[in-house]
Design a protein around this ligand. Sequence first.
Ligand code: PMP
Length: 358
Amino acid sequence: MARAYNFCAGPAALPLEVLEEAQRDLVDYKGCGMSLLESSHRGKQYSAVHEEAVANIRELLGLTDDYAVLFVQGGASTQFAMVPMNLLSEGTTADYTNSGEWAGKAIKEAALLGNVNIAADCGGDVPTRVPAAGELQLTEGAAYVHITSNETISGAQWKVFPKTSAPLVADMSSDILSRPIVATDFGLIYAGAQKNLGPAGVALVVIRKDLADRAPADLPTMFRYATYIAKDSLYNTPPCFSIYVVMLVTRWLKKIGLENMFRQNVEKAGRVYGAIDASEFYRGTATKECRSDMNVTFRLPDESLEAAFVEDADALGLKGLKGHRSVGGIRASIYNAFPPDGIDTLVGFMRDFEARKG
Ligand code: PMP
């Protein structure tokens, strides 16, 4: 079977060896006579999977015992609300940076729940970008400072994180584990799994445990981080199969090494940006210093050419290059699992398309 080059923004490409292992084990998990899909979340097969997923993430992020790794349902969108529900106590203010659509959604939820200060706003800037750390107008005694480490739609990424005295909270949905970070500089990190970590259905939350104590006493059980910490994300039935695939993906990533993965990501993205910069036909949409290594966004001279580009690419097995419906253009999402040889194919196609239509 010929695998397509999958440029989808999420759910996104998974490592082939992970898919193959999940396939091999699907019906009869490790000889136990049943699928993991059918197994108890309290049974020994699943328990080992859950523990390894947590351990792999702890190791990859270099977490200390002060931090907990949680698996929560409802996607990153639920975290837009859970973060302020738990951390934004009455009478305090949270600082949010607006860098585009995803930051905007996080801000909208927080503003429903408490006081929000927009510490920097470049959400509407063209070319798109994220704020520079020095631009932030922070609130004295803020409950936390929220950033969106990678804007999946606009293709703008924080390269250097701000140093803040309030706990730093980051939506890392589209670049979690794509590069080494000092995770202990953050109070809380969250990410929907379906880009760099695994399938949809689970969101990862990494939280400095003391922050969970801030939640108001009347917050319902399933919305409290403290519940997930106390019960190791097993208060209720977790999305077992999604977590199983996260375990396989993080095992795969440990074999490669996060530094190597990062180098490969920079190299992959650099080749696409190189092709954009070498041409008058393609135009990148993010400022150069903020260009995302995960989502490469660009435009062609007009929308009819963009439609033709997406269609011709699709016919060649280059799938999912259409930009987000809210902004149009082209977006090549090239997360960890996107294979480097697919970049050669894309760049070759870009040159060929320009030669034909430019
Ligand atoms: N934040 C970012 C940066 C995203 O890219 C996305 C999804 N594309 C979300 C949040 C929302 O994630 P979910 O669909 O898991 O709710």
